[in-house]
Design a protein around this ligand. Structure first.
Ligand SMILES: Cc1cc2nc3c(=O)[nH]c(=O)nc-3n(C[C@H](O)[C@H](O)[C@H](O)COP(=O)(O)O)c2cc1C
Length: 498
């Protein structure tokens, strides 16, 4: 296969959900000549909460003013915007949960939220911007991708599942054509409800639009087999791969074969999980290596095995521009500096069933007491699983919802043990924690890669934080700034610090 990507970036700042790689971070990285990626996870919810926080800085309003469908933008604005922000002790207004037949209001919120994030990330530069989705969160895919394409997204990156049915959708959306997406429905039979979601842009459009750019598509994978499969069985063009190893932040691919746990309770990866880069190279598409590659020498090593570059997460998650709450960034950076930071690969925390990396941090859901203290409630629903009910209709359940409700829906009790409500925790990570009517505030659960242990390497002497620029410079081997002027040895020109 031949690549159509011109000038592939050396560094991709990985998508980090939810809201950690927000537009501010992605824009900063793309302005530095590399590729910034916004997280596309739960953007509808994040937008609704940012509007209820009063849209600080007016950025969302600016993006709304560029949205091609102004009546839709006004409906959303009226519904969620609160001038000056909601009172701090008041709960956020909820949004509907996604389903096979999501209400129009939610589809609209999804389109505009994806548009806003990409629009803002692209503002003020010509660099590429990507958006990252988790394949497992299937229900919002169609309106999300369409919204991101309306804003001119350059790359779509997708992992946590097998995204071979996405490329064809991109081709359809270029010309605003309708698309369908097959969802996984547990226990589905041919007599049951059709397991597909549909989206027709024409039903949402307020005017005729010119064709859109077709984004490059990069699946995020962890094996040679899946790389082959994606090439042979995708319904359209794929443009390259992110090859992600088990030290990466967020969700990890489970080990191949039967799950074995270490004494500490973490999944054990073995020989079969090692990717053969030579074989990947033979596929003829550019690829980037992710999971523990965030140093200048590792970047060189990646390039020496044929990779176009690296995808980096944890190092950017703790930089000034990331969307993670400043408090958690600072506490974990201090712990990393003192050699106390620990990351646990939790095989059961995530309702997706994939291993999920968590930073062990006081007063977060990583602590048993904090976890047990929370009353189970499922009100965001991104990780709900679709299943076929007795009457043939599609129902939804989450192994983190109240156990009795989950069992009534045919869920298995053993799947509920240790499951965490990632949806609510991840909102708390980025400063949008829900407050319950009894005053209970949702706690965070920070995810990051094993690289957390060494992340203080980016801190200049005497400093307590670092910027995306310091990460990029360090990865490119550019010496620390002297009197505000740097020289990039790879480009032989001088870069002036702003
Ligand atoms: C806070 C955090 C959240 C992440 N969330 C996602 C995600 O939503 N989707 C995804 O594909 N990868 C996610 N990742 C993985 C990164 O995109 C990246 O591939 C990985 O972190 C690279 O490894 P490194 O952390 O060792 O640099 C996340 C990583 C971090 C640190």
């Amino acid at each position: 296969m031949e690549s159509v990507i011109v000038n592939p970036p050396k560094i991709i700042q990985g998508g980090m959900g939810a809201g950690v790689s927000w537009w501010v971070l992605a824009r900063a990285v793309s302005k530095l000549g590399q590729m910034g990626v916004v997280s596309g996870t739960a953007l509808d919810l994040i937008l609704a909460r940012r509007l209820q926080d009063g849209d600080p800085g007016g950025h969302i309003r600016r993006a709304f003013d560029h949205f091609p469908f102004p009546a839709m933008a006004e409906r959303i604005w009226k519904k969620y915007y609160i001038a000056g922000g909601k009172p701090a002790d008041q709960p956020y207004k909820t949004i509907p949960m996604h389903s096979k037949n999501s209400p129009r209001e939610l589809i609209e919120l999804c389109i505009i939220a994806n548009f806003v994030e990409v629009f803002l990330a692209r503002e003020g530069h010509d660099g590429p911007i990507g958006i990252n989705y988790l394949e497992k969160i299937q229900l919002p895919h169609l309106p999300s991708v369409y919204g991101a394409m309306l804003a001119g997204v350059t790359y779509i990156l997708m992992g946590a599942g097998i995204p071979n049915k996405i490329p064809g959708i991109l081709d359809l959306f270029v010309n605003h054509k309708p698309a369908v997406y097959a969802i996984h429905v547990d226990g589905a039979t041919p007599e049951g409800d059709s397991p597909v979601v549909e989206f027709n842009p024409a039903l949402f459009s307020e005017r005729e639009l010119p064709p859109l750019n077709r984004p490059y598509f990069l699946p995020i994978i962890a094996s040679n087999t899946l790389a082959q499969f994606m090439i042979q069985k995708s319904n359209g063009r794929i443009d390259g791969f992110i090859i992600e190893g088990p030290t990466a932040g967020g969700h990890n691919a489970p080990p191949r074969g039967k799950l074995r746990l270490s004494e500490a309770g973490e999944p054990i990866y073995g020989e079969r999980d090692i990717v053969d880069f030579e074989q990947i190279q033979k596929l003829g598409l550019p690829f980037w290596l992710a999971g523990g590659w965030a140093t200048a020498s590792k970047l060189q090593e990646a390039r020496s095995v044929g990779a176009a570059g690296i995808q980096v997460g944890t190092a950017f998650a703790f930089c000034e521009e990331s969307g993670m709450s400043a408090e958690y960034k600072s506490r974990l950076l201090t712990m990393a500096k003192n050699g106390q930071a620990k990351v646990f690969t939790d095989p059961i925390a995530s309702p997706t069933g994939f291993p999920f990396k968590v930073a062990l941090l006081e007063n977060t859901v990583s602590e048993r007491d904090v976890y047990l203290e929370r009353r189970r409630v499922c009100d965001l629903g991104y990780l709900r699983e679709a299943y076929q009910r007795d009457n043939g209709k599609i129902g939804y359940r989450c192994s983190s919802e109240p156990v009795d409700k989950y069992l009534v829906k045919g869920g298995l009790e053993e799947k509920t043990a240790g499951r965490k409500c990632l949806c609510n925790a991840l909102m708390a990570n980025i400063g949008h924690a829900q407050i319950r009517s009894d005053g209970y505030v949702e706690h965070p659960l920070i995810t990051c890669g094993d690289d957390l242990a060494d992340v203080a390497r980016f801190l200049a002497p005497g400093r307590t934080s670092y910027s995306a620029r310091e990460v990029v410079n360090s990865l490119l081997g550019i010496p620390a700034a002297r009197e505000g002027v740097l020289t990039d040895p790879n480009r032989s020109e001088t870069i002036h610090l702003s």
